[in-house]
Write a protein that binds this ligand. Structure first.
Ligand SMILES: NC(=O)c1ccc[n+]([C@@H]2O[C@H](COP(=O)([O-])OP(=O)(O)OC[C@H]3O[C@@H](n4cnc5c(N)ncnc54)[C@H](O)[C@@H]3O)[C@@H](O)[C@H]2O)c1
Length: 378
């Protein structure tokens, strides 16, 4: 089968995912899977394994993170792929609808888009349930008053995933994205991180280990305390961004860097997103104060907003997840774990026996995975 070389490389380093799909083939073979996940080599490795196991996969990605060459190689494998890197929100919504036209037996979702659309159009009788990659998608499903009537396993509720992928994986890959996008130096850099959940902690702690001087804002006092104990300066958002040359948002919430924080930024400050949606930096508030913009172009989209007061604020890749837009996403080992949790949770849904509700990764799956990972990394 033709493969993208980056996918072949990822496959070589994803033994846990390969083992899980091989074990689960009797449950998954012949199933129709509607899938929404960042279309990059590790996702392609999972899709390739699933296709080899006889799963009928339809795939879309998230706006701005698709690697078109990876999508093209999957299409050559016979996977129905509906995504391009240039897609905006409207095209993404259409892609989601086309993926669901298959009347899936299973869904693998990222941000709740597939599952919410499934609720809108009516759940097919053959639908067994699915998985959800993110906290954000899990919250959307838990908050909707409508009942899916099927199990959905939220992968991000796994302690193991939060540790390996969100903290250590995102920490490394976001800093890698910053380096790729800017070619600037980290030691001595004054950086601010909004949100000290696993993702923000990973970014703040990685920057700090590389010699940056890091300030953190988190509205949860337990998390703020943890940041202090890890050696970071802590304060309100407008306070911590005031001195920073680099600001990351990792809260999962909209508009956390709004007009008040923008007013506090220094000239030349660089802003970047870590959270799932590109809504944490209030771009409307930024545009309202902007006289003109300057595009600095490749290797990443670097947009300078020249404000009415003369300061220039640089936004990287429109606030989208920098590790996916400017780097190769999380490391292969971190995603081997995350995608194994996905495969084993899909297997548990496909086998039946899970309650028809939104739930965390089954405890036996998580325990097995931690044991395998320790053995793999020893
Ligand atoms: N870039 C990636 O590869 C990647 C990977 C996994 C998760 N994510 C996304 O990153 C985001 C964060 O994930 P997480 O697992 O750390 O989530 P989390 O919910 O555990 O942590 C978010 C933190 O932000 C804090 N917060 C909320 N509102 C705030 C505000 N206004 N000001 C300051 N702090 C605030 C919360 O108190 C919390 O501690 C989510 O959107 C998630 O989907 C991105």
């Amino acid at each position: 089968m033709p493969e993208n070389v980056a996918t072949t490389w990822a496959l070589k380093h994803m033994p846990l995912t390969a083992q899980a799909v091989a074990e689960l083939t009797p449950v998954l073979a012949g199933k129709r899977l509607a899938m929404c996940l960042h279309v990059e080599p590790k996702t392609a490795a999972l899709v390739t394994l699933l296709v080899r196991a006889g799963v009928d996969v339809r795939l879309t990605g998230s706006p701005g993170t698709t690697q078109d060459d990876v999508a093209d190689a999957l299409a050559e494998l016979g996977v129905a792929v509906f995504t391009r890197r240039s897609d905006g929100e409207a095209e993404h919504a259409e892609n989601v609808r086309r993926v669901l036209d298959v009347e899936p037996d299973l869904t693998l979702d990222n941000g709740g888009d597939l599952t919410i659309e499934l609720l809108n159009r009516g759940v097919p009788v053959n639908y067994l349930g699915g998985t959800e990659e993110t906290t954000t998608g899990g919250l959307r499903l838990r908050e909707t008053p409508r009942e899916l009537g099927r199990p959905v396993v939220v992968i991000n509720d796994s302690r193991l995933k939060l540790l390996v992928e969100n903290e250590f994986g995102v920490g490394q890959s976001v800093v890698q994205g910053f380096l790729n996008a800017t070619n600037l130096m980290v030691p001595g850099l004054r950086a601010a991180v909004l949100g000290y959940g696993p993702c923000g902690k990973g970014v703040a702690d990685t920057l700090s280990r590389l010699g940056a001087r890091v300030s953190v804002c988190d509205v949860d006092p337990m998390r703020a305390l943890e940041a202090i104990l890890n050696g970071h300066r802590v304060g309100a958002a407008a306070e911590v961004v005031a001195n920073a040359r680099l600001v990351f948002t990792a809260t999962g919430h909209p508009g956390v860097l709004g007009a008040a924080e923008l007013a506090a930024l220094r000239d030349g400050a660089v802003l970047a997103g870590v959270g799932h949606f590109a809504w944490e930096i209030d771009r409307a508030a930024l545009a309202a104060q902007t006289k003109n913009t300057v595009e600095y172009g490749e290797p990443s989209r670097r947009t300078g907003y020249v404000l009415n007061d003369g300061r220039e604020i640089v936004l990287l890749d429109q606030g989208r997840m920098l590790n996916l837009t400017a780097a190769n996403g999380n490391s292969i080992q971190a995603m081997d774990l995350g995608l194994t949790l996905q495969a084993r949770s899909l297997g548990a849904v496909g086998a039946g026996g899970l309650a028809a509700r939104v739930q965390p990764v089954p405890a036996d799956v998580e325990h097995r995975m931690a044991t395998d990972l320790v053995a793999a990394l020893r």
